[in-house]
Each structure stands twice: as structure tokens, then as C-alpha cells.
Write a protein that binds this ligand. Structure first.
Ligand code: ADP
Ligand code: MG
Length: 382
């Protein structure tokens, strides 16, 4: 059994009766539209967000991620549709009544206040008294590793420390939902990785719902319980990181995540039930998990992940093989991503260990054969 069927079997198994939170939509966006004049920023968007979960929202620039978050926060009106929380419509609640603060990249800390005063600010807005404000602010500065910085000015902090102050300022009000819009994108790579670990730990320990917009695949896939991929104001797919990685629902998702080869095909059934996929790159055999769902003559995309493709110099012997030319290579640690192109112009991505690449002795410009097993790959109806 390959790992894909293992995971499929595990995921379609009986639900865990001990999981009380299952299918409990804490926040629900229902048929949300947002237009700016003629331009549609968010289009018929439906999304359920479960309590205590970490949701990552991804998608190309301009697809409506920030607009969606700002509507949740109450910073932006909804053109039509309902934002529900615990079954109550909250469209008309003001920002401070929503208990959903937002952290974003440009931080918006007050430069004329000290670190502690910045953190106290949210509590001041809620009318919490001075002594309690101070002790809660100090407590949160401690939790975020900033105990020695309470009396500093904001301009005396590093980028990472400022980001922590911004988080403390939101968390001190003990919200049940935190909205984060690319909060780590201004940090350098090392600090960003460190903050990812801390954010995930905080989210788990506090049981807060995180709605986290990011353009970084590694942030989304390492931290989130649910990943949402948006495109042009709509949701293309929402699912667990494994689901999205193993079974992208649309060619857009596969393309957006990268690292896969996509073949446009037409299906033809063989006597034994197997599928033959006809493409401009030749015909392929398919026996993978979506076999039964396909009818004869369907237009489909065959998605093959870079780690499922092997290459050999010259002509091969495998059932599914395509001749291609090496057009580029990219070294990522011990791995190499090799970019190929077929005679029909289809791009193919192959992932190899560096030592295998050396053994194959392949260079850019070389002709190779790419192949994969008929049980590998994933089919999407188009
Ligand atoms: P993302 O965060 O995914 O990059 P945004 O939500 O910021 O995208 O923007 C979605 C779309 O709405 C874009 O086309 C953007 O130009 C447009 N938009 C966002 N804010 C405004 C605004 N205040 N006025 C007009 N258009 C806007
Ligand atoms: Mg944005």
C-alpha cells in the first residue's frame, strides 16, 4: 500500500467521537461579497472556522485575503452576506465589540508610547483600571519573552521584538479569535521560523482561533490545521494540509502550490477498468485513487508530484513515460528540483537527491525520459 492510500483510508475512517469540537462552526462566513465600485474583491465566499483551530489563508496577491480578514475584524463593511459567530449575525458589530483583534505586517504600534503602554492600550480602550492594566501588560510581555523591555520606546526594539509587542497588545485582551495578516513577512528568514514555532505554541496553549493570512507555503503548511486557498475573491479549496498537498481540488491549487506536473488529458477506459489518459504528450495509464470516479471521455488534469517522477538518460521502459529536455535546476539543500519541458511544451518538475543527480550525470540541455507509476498521480475533472 502506498502512503497516499494509507492516508486516504485513515481520513475516511470513522470520526473520533471524543472530538467535541468537530464540525462546530465558531465563525461562519456566508455568501460574502465585497465590491469596491465595479471591482469585486470577495465573491460569494463561504467558510466555516472551528473554535480553537489555526486557519491559514493563502492565494496570489490581490485575491481578497486582506479584505476578508478586514471584514471579519469589522474594519471593512460587507457588501452582502452574513458573518455569523456562535449563530449570531455580527455584521453590524463595531470593531471593539467583536473581540477579534488583528495583527498585521506594518504593526501600527504607537511610537510615542513605551512598550508597556502599547500593550496596555487595548485594555485602556476596554476601560480596565490602571493597576490591573499594568500587571496584565507585564504578564503578557513576560509570556512573549519581553520582560526586560517594558519601559523602552518602540524605536529601541528589533523587528522581531516589535512583532512580539504587537502580539502582546492583541493577546492581553484575551480574545477568542486573533486575525493575523502576513505578520511575519517583515522578519528575516531565521526570525520568521522562530516566531512560527512560538505562534503555534501560543495558539495551542491558549486555545485561541487563529485566522492567519500568509503568502508563505511553509508558514501555512507547518502551522495550520486548515489551509484555505483563495483565487479571485473565491475559495478554491479548504482542507487539511495533507489533503491540499495530496489532493489539490483544482488545477489552480496544484499550480499555486507548485512542485507538480500537470497534464491535460482525455480519459478512455480499458476492458479491465483501468484508465488510459490521452494527452498531447502521449497516452498514460492510471490506476490511482480517483479511478472509479472517471467516465470515458472526461476532460481531466493529471497531477503528478515532483517526488513521484523518476528520470533516466535516453529512452526508458516504463509504462508512463515522456521524453523531455532539461531546462533548469534548482538546489534546495540535499535536494535538486529539475525543470524539464516536453516536445509539446508541457513543464515537468522532478525532485531528486543531489547524489542521484550526480550519479545520473545530467546537465541542463540533456534529453531524458521522465516516468511515473500508474498508481501515482491525482486526477481532477476540468
Ligand atoms: P490580498 O490581501 O489577497 O493581496 P486584497 O484583499 O488586499 O488582496 O485586495 C483584493 C482586491 O480588492 C484587489 O484587487 C485590490 O486592489 C482591491 N482593493 C482592496 N482594498 C481596496 C480599496 N480600499 N479600494 C479599492 N479596491 C481595493
Ligand atoms: Mg493582503
Amino acid at each position: 500500500m502506498n502512503s497516499l492510500t494509507d492516508i486516504t483510508a485513515a481520513r475516511t475512517g470513522a470520526p473520533n467521537p471524543g472530538d467535541k469540537r468537530m464540525s462546530h462552526a465558531h465563525i461562519s462566513l456566508q455568501n460574502i461579497h465585497k465590491s469596491y465600485g465595479e471591482a469585486l474583491a470577495v465573491d460569494r465566499l463561504d467558510l466555516d472556522i472551528e473554535e480553537g483551530k489555526f486557519i491559514a489563508i493563502m492565494g496570489p496577491s490581490g485575491c481578497g485575503k486582506s479584505t476578508m480578514l478586514r471584514m471579519l475584524a469589522g474594519l471593512e463593511d460587507v457588501t452582502s452576506g452574513d458573518i455569523m459567530r456562535e449563530g449570531q449575525r455580527i455584521n453590524d458589530l463595531a470593531i471593539w465589540e467583536r473581540d477579534m483583534p488583528m495583527v498585521w505586517q506594518s504593526l501600527a504600534l504607537f511610537p510615542f508610547l513605551t512598550v508597556r503602554e502599547n500593550v496596555e492600550f487595548g485594555l485602556r480602550m476596554k476601560g480596565v483600571g490602571g493597576a490591573e492594566r499594568r500587571s496584565r501588560a507585564l504578564e503578557w510581555l513576560g509570556k512573549l519573552g519581553l520582560e526586560g523591555y517594558a519601559n523602552r520606546g518602540i524605536d529601541q526594539l528589533s523587528g522581531g521584538q516589535r512583532q512580539r509587542v504587537a502580539l502582546a497588545r492583541c493577546l492581553v485582551t484575551e480574545p477568542s479569535v486573533l486575525l493575523l495578516d502576513e505578520p511575519l513577512s517583515a522578519l528575516d528568514a531565521h526570525l520568521s521560523v522562530q516566531m512560527q514555532g512560538e505562534l503555534k505554541r501560543l495558539q495551542r496553549e491558549l486555545g485561541i482561533t487563529f485566522v492567519y493570512v500568509t503568502h508563505s507555503h511553509s508558514e501555512a503548511f507547518s502551522m495550520a490545521d486548515t489551509v484555505v486557498i483563495m483565487n479571485q475573491g473565491r475559495i478554491e479549496q479548504a482542507g487539511s494540509p495533507e489533503d491540499i498537498y495530496l489532493r489539490p481540488a483544482t488545477p489552480f491549487v496544484a499550480r499555486f502550490l507548485g512542485g507538480s506536473s500537470i497534464f491535460d488529458c482525455k480519459t478512455r477506459r480499458r476492458k479491465n477498468g483501468e484508465l488510459t489518459l490521452e494527452s498531447t504528450d502521449g497516452s498514460f495509464s492510471y490506476t490511482g485513487p480517483e479511478l472509479v470516479e472517471q467516465d470515458e471521455g472526461d476532460e481531466v488534469s493529471l497531477i503528478v508530484r515532483a517526488d513521484q517522477i523518476s528520470i533516466a538518460p535516453g529512452a526508458g521502459w516504463a509504462e508512463n513515460e515522456v521524453s523531455a529536455r532539461v531546462v533548469g535546476e534548482e538546489f534546495v539543500g540535499a535536494l535538486v528540483n529539475l525543470r524539464l519541458e516536453t516536445a509539446a511544451g508541457t513543464p515537468i518538475t522532478v525532485q531528486l537527491q543531489q547524489r542521484d543527480m550526480q550519479a545520473l550525470d545530467i546537465e541542463v540541455g540533456a534529453s531524458v525520459t521522465a516516468s511515473w507509476h500508474p498508481e501515482d498521480g491525482h486526477i481532477i475533472k476540468t
